[in-house]
Design a protein around this ligand. Structure first.
Ligand code: GDP
Length: 394
C-alpha cells in the first residue's frame, strides 16, 4: 500500500513544485517590469527639488513633427513630456496654504512691532527698537526711518491706542510702504505670437524652479506653455528645466551641446512657440554675475534676438529673499543691464526678512509680482500686499 501511494504522492508534490516555480517566475517578471518602468520615472520627477542631484537626461520625447524638425544637427531640440503630467490643485486652496506659510515665517516681525507700539509710553528708546525691528526685517535703513517718523506722527494724532487701533495703524503704514503698483503678470498671447517671459537672476536664487512653478500655474489656468533653456553653460540647468517641463506638461527647447549661444536657443524657443501656437514661452537664462559687461551683452542679446520674433512681455528678476543686502546689490546690477518688469522673491518661507519686499521695490521702482514660499511645485503665488500684511500682523 505504502509502496503504491509513495510514487503518486511524489508525482503530485513534484507538479506542485513546478507550478509554484512557474507562479514565482511570473510574479518576479511582473514586479521586475514595474521596477524597471515606473521607478526611474518617479526618480526623475522628484529631481527639481534637489539641485545637488543632477537629474539623468530624460528619454527622447515621443516623435512629433516639431521634434523631428528641431532635432536637425546643430539646432536646439524640443522635448515633450506629457506622460506624467500632474494637474495643479485648485488655486483657492493653494492661496490659503501659502498664506499660512507666510504667516509662519513673517509673524514674529509683526508681533514684535505690535508689542512695541502698544507700550504705554512710546519713548525714544522704544522708537529706536521699532526702527531696529524694521531694519532687521530688511526693510532698509531709509524706509525704516521714514516709517518710524510717519508712525510717530500718526500715534500723536491717534490719541487712544488700543490693540485694534495699533494694528490698523501698522497695517495702513505697511500697505503704504508696499504701494499700489500694477502687479499684473503679462502672459496673454497677442496677434498670433505667444507672450514671452524672460527669467533672469543669479544662479541659486530659484530661477529654474520658478520657471517650472510658473509654467505649472499657467498650464493649470488652461494656457499652453513652452520652455526655453537659454542657460547653456551648465548642462544640469537644461536637464533641470526639461525635467520640470516633463513634470508640468510643457515642451523644452534646449541646445544640443553645452556652451551654445543662449540667444540662439531663446530665438528657437520663440520660433517654435509661434509655430506651435503656444500661449506663453518662458525663457530661463544663465545667472553668472561674472562682469556687468558680460551680463549686459548676454541678456541684451537674448532680448534683442527674441524681439526679432515677438515682443518680450515680462523680464522677471528672481531674487532670494534670504540674501538681504547681497540680493539688493544683485538686483541693482540686473536692473542696470535689462529692463526688469517684475520681481519674483523666492524663499520667503525660510526667512523672517520679508521687509526686503519694501526695500527692493524702492530700490528698483519695480513691483514684486510673485513670491516663492517653498520648494514644491505649487509653492509660488502672486504677490498680494493685503494678504502679506495680514500674514505679518496675524
Ligand atoms: P537657479 O540656479 O536660480 O535656477 O536655482 P534653482 O531653481 O536650482 O533653485 C535653487 C534651490 O532653491 C533649489 O533647492 C530650490 O528647490 C530652492 N528654492 C527655489 N525656490 C524656493 C522657495 O521659494 N523656497 C524654498 N525654501 N526653496 C526654494
Amino acid at each position: 500500500m505504502d509502496a503504491a501511494v509513495g510514487p503518486v504522492w511524489e508525482t503530485v508534490s513534484l507538479m506542485e513544485y513546478v507550478i509554484l516555480i512557474i507562479v514565482i517566475a511570473v510574479l518576479a517578471l511582473g514586479t521586475g517590469g514595474w521596477l524597471l518602468f515606473v521607478r526611474p520615472r518617479r526618480g526623475r520627477i522628484s529631481a527639481p527639488s534637489s539641485p545637488a542631484v543632477t537629474p539623468p537626461a530624460p528619454p527622447a520625447a515621443p516623435s512629433a513633427p516639431a521634434d523631428e524638425q528641431a532635432a536637425e544637427a546643430g539646432k536646439p531640440q524640443a522635448t515633450a513630456g506629457v506622460l506624467d503630467v500632474e494637474r495643479p490643485p485648485p488655486s483657492a486652496g493653494r492661496l490659503v496654504r501659502l498664506r499660512a506659510r507666510l504667516a509662519r515665517s513673517q509673524s514674529s516681525v509683526g508681533s514684535a512691532l505690535l508689542n512695541l507700539l502698544s507700550r504705554d509710553r512710546l519713548d525714544d528708546e522704544t522708537w529706536d527698537e521699532i526702527e531696529e525691528v524694521l531694519i532687521t526685517a530688511d526693510v532698509g535703513v531709509v524706509p525704516a526711518r521714514l516709517m518710524v517718523d510717519d508712525l510717530k506722527t500718526k500715534v500723536k494724532v491717534l490719541g487712544v491706542r488700543g490693540p485694534t487701533e495699533v494694528r490698523e495703524l501698522l497695517r495702513t503704514e505697511l500697505l503704504t510702504q508696499l504701494g499700489d503698483q500694477d502687479r499684473t503678470l503679462h502672459t496673454e498671447p497677442h496677434g498670433g505670437t505667444p507672450a514671452v517671459v524672460l527669467m533672469v537672476g543669479v544662479n541659486g536664487t530659484g530661477k529654474t524652479t520658478t520657471v517650472g512653478k510658473l509654467a505649472r500655474a499657467l498650464i493649470g489656468d488652461g494656457e499652453t506653455v513652452l520652455l526655453g533653456a537659454a542657460d547653456t553653460f551648465r548642462a544640469a540647468a537644461a536637464d533641470q528645466l526639461q525635467t520640470w517641463g516633463e513634470r508640468v506638461g510643457a515642451k523644452t527647447v534646449r541646445a544640443d551641446r553645452d556652451g551654445a549661444d543662449p540667444a540662439s536657443v531663446a530665438f528657437e524657443a520663440v520660433t517654435e512657440g509661434i509655430e506651435t501656437k503656444v500661449d506663453v514661452v518662458i525663457i530661463d537664462t544663465a545667472g553668472r554675475l561674472h562682469t556687468k559687461v558680460g551680463l549686459m551683452d548676454e541678456l541684451g542679446k537674448v532680448k534683442r534676438v527674441v524681439e526679432k520674433k515677438a515682443p518680450v512681455d515680462e523680464v522677471l528678476l528672481v531674487l532670494d529673499a534670504t540674501t538681504g543686502q547681497n540680493g539688493l546689490r544683485q538686483a541693482r546690477v540686473f536692473a542696470e543691464v535689462v529692463d526688469v518688469t517684475g520681481i519674483v522673491l523666492t524663499k520667503l518661507d525660510g526667512t523672517a526678512k520679508g521687509g526686503i519686499v519694501i526695500a527692493v521695490q524702492r530700490e528698483l521702482g519695480v513691483p514684486v509680482k510673485l513670491v516663492g514660499l517653498g520648494e514644491g511645485p505649487d509653492d509660488l503665488a502672486p504677490f498680494d500686499p493685503e494678504a502679506f500684511v495680514d500674514a505679518i500682523l496675524g
